[in-house]
Write a protein that binds this ligand. Structure first.
Ligand code: 6PG
Length: 500
């Protein structure tokens, strides 16, 4: 048997796996790769003979495991769920105490908690690491959100730090320009230890919830320009390009401008017009929303973005309803540039609310799962590499530096000031969307969240009275300490009065 020579191994050579393996090898680490289909492994290794670290293809799991230096570090990048369990089950009998299994998929964080415990019981270490940035990120620098055994993370840290995206230490802007075999050097790496067991995957899930919000908000801004202002896709692309050099500077705004300039190669039509308007999803946004409901945390804007995808998916029903249901005809007669600026501000404020909700979720998850999450560092590692990377995240980083225990991002002096400055425009856009029948669910939802959050008194007093009326669910009083519950005998018309 030859001496193990690989620094790390990777199982699962789909697109993300291949790109992450090449990224690792580009940084001088020797990596063993294994895929269930041997032909995929062989082709991948043959196609990349000259990486700085070197790729070593293995055709059996046993051979793969034997190729790794101890403690072994094995990244699994397969479809989240049953496939991950199947790979772990196959691996475990081949491993030795202290070896480290790293799940880089979009795993559900409770699965990660379970897997970490099962492996720990067998003397093995498990790291659940969020990996964001799609294909390009995996290849040239993702944002990495590792959680699990801290000592295990320290073992993989040199590799994680090397392969992560890098940002400028002063501006927080992503450093770009990596090419095959020529990675970006210097800069602040977009990875940090997030916390025990499922913390890394939890934070990645919240990232995705915010991603859903960001994407839907951009779509609403587009819809307002297209349907209310009657602008063409290239005209809207120009607006997004301009926005991309300001406060909204972000990966998603940048790609939106590109997409809106793209023509369909087959018909020459704007590409966006030939794409069927039904959005898919793999479930991470839904998990975020379900978790918000489970923990009782208001995160309506993220949930609204998920529901917007569901609504888009009932295409046949919508097509039929469009012929039956009435509504106003969009008609704009104001100052167009003013309204475009207002849409910018509506998008900006809604985005602040979606991030505020995401951070609220993480704040509550700490109590729920016994974690201490590094909010400032989380904002820092989202500045580069990931799908939600944005200039804006530098400001969130600064907000958590000012106050690591910030109750809500909306309360930070910078963001409070920004919303104060922009909310007139936000309200104007929401009003115009409603008046003209252009659906803008996340813009509405974010505004209602903002107004609800800043309300000392909500009509929940009436709601609680209703509950007490029909179900004797009791109520707390404004003139008594919290936690004391009261009930009154309601005079129900037509029914004898209930005696307490
Ligand atoms: C990322 C992304 C990625 C996600 C896709 C698709 O951070 O790189 O979040 O992990 O899988 O964006 O997600 P949906 O299919 O749910 O839209």
């Amino acid at each position: 048997m030859s001496t193990p020579s690989c620094d790390i191994g990777l199982i699962g050579l789909a697109v993300m796996g291949q790109n992450l393996a090449l990224n690792v090898a580009d940084h001088g680490f020797r990596i063993a790769v294994y895929n269930r289909t041997t032909a995929t492994t062989e082709k991948f290794v043959a196609d990349h003979p000259d990486t700085p670290g070197g790729l070593q293809g293995e055709t059996t799991l046993a051979g793969f495991v034997q190729a790794l230096k101890r403690p072994r570090k094995i990244v699994i990048l397969v479809k989240a769920g049953a496939a991950t369990d199947a790979v772990i089950d196959g691996l475990v009998p081949l491993l030795e105490p202290g070896d480290i299994v790293i799940d880089g998929g979009n795993a559900q964080w409770m699965d990660t908690i379970r897997r970490e415990k099962t492996l720990a019981d067998q003397g093995l270490r498990f790291v659940g690491s969020g990996v964001s940035g799609g294909e390009e990120g995996a290849r040239f620098g993702p944002s990495l959100m590792p959680g699990g055994d801290p000592a295990a993370y320290r073992e993989i840290e040199p590799i994680w730090t090397a392969i992560a995206a890098k940002v400028d230490p002063n501006s927080g802007k992503p450093l770009e320009g990596a090419a095959p075999g020529r990675p970006v050097t210097g800069g602040v790496p977009c990875t940090t230890y997030i916390g025990p067991n499922g913390a890394g995957h939890y934070v990645k899930m919240v990232h995705n919830g915010i991603e859903y919000g960001d994407m839907q908000m951009i779509c609403e801004a587009y819809a307002l320009m297209r349907n209310l202002l009657g602008m063409t896709p290239p005209e809207i692309a120009a607006v997004f390009s301009t926005w991309n050099s300001g406060l909204l500077d972000s990966f998603l705004i940048e790609i939106t401008a590109d997409i809106l300039q793209q023509r369909d190669p087959l018909t020459g039509q704007p590409f966006v017009d030939v794409v069927l308007d039904t959005a898919g999803q793999k479930g991470t946004g839904k998990w975020t929303s379900v978790n918000a409901l489970d923990m009782g945390v208001p995160a309506p804007t993220v949930a609204e973005a998920v529901f917007a995808r569901f609504l888009s998916a009932v295409k046949d029903e919508r097509t039929a309803a469009a012929k039956i249901l009435s509504g106003p005809k969009a008609n704009f007669s104001g100052d167009r540039q003013h309204f475009i600026d207002a849409i910018h501000d509506a998008l900006y404020c809604s985005k602040i609310c979606a991030y505020a909700q995401g951070f609220q979720l993480m704040r509550h998850a700490q109590t729920e799962y016994g974690w201490q999450l590094p909010f400032g560092d989380i904002a820092k590692i989202w500045r580069g590499g990931c799908i939600i990377r944005a200039r804006f995240l530098q400001k969130i980083t600064e907000a958590y530096l000012r106050d690591p225990n910030l109750t809500n991002l909306l309360l930070d002096p910078y963001f409070r000031g920004e919303v104060d400055r922009c909310q007139g425009h936000w309200r104007e856009v929401v009003g115009a969307a409603a008046t003209n029948g252009v659906p803008a669910p996340t813009f509405y939802s974010a505004l209602a969240y903002y107004d609800g959050y800043r309300s000392e008194r909500l009509p929940a007093s009436l709601l609680q009275a209703q509950r007490d009326y029909f179900g004797a669910h009791t109520y707390e009083r404004t003139d008594q300490p919290r936690g004391l519950f009261f009930h009154i005998d309601w005079p129900v018309p037509g029914r004898p009065q209930i005696q307490s």
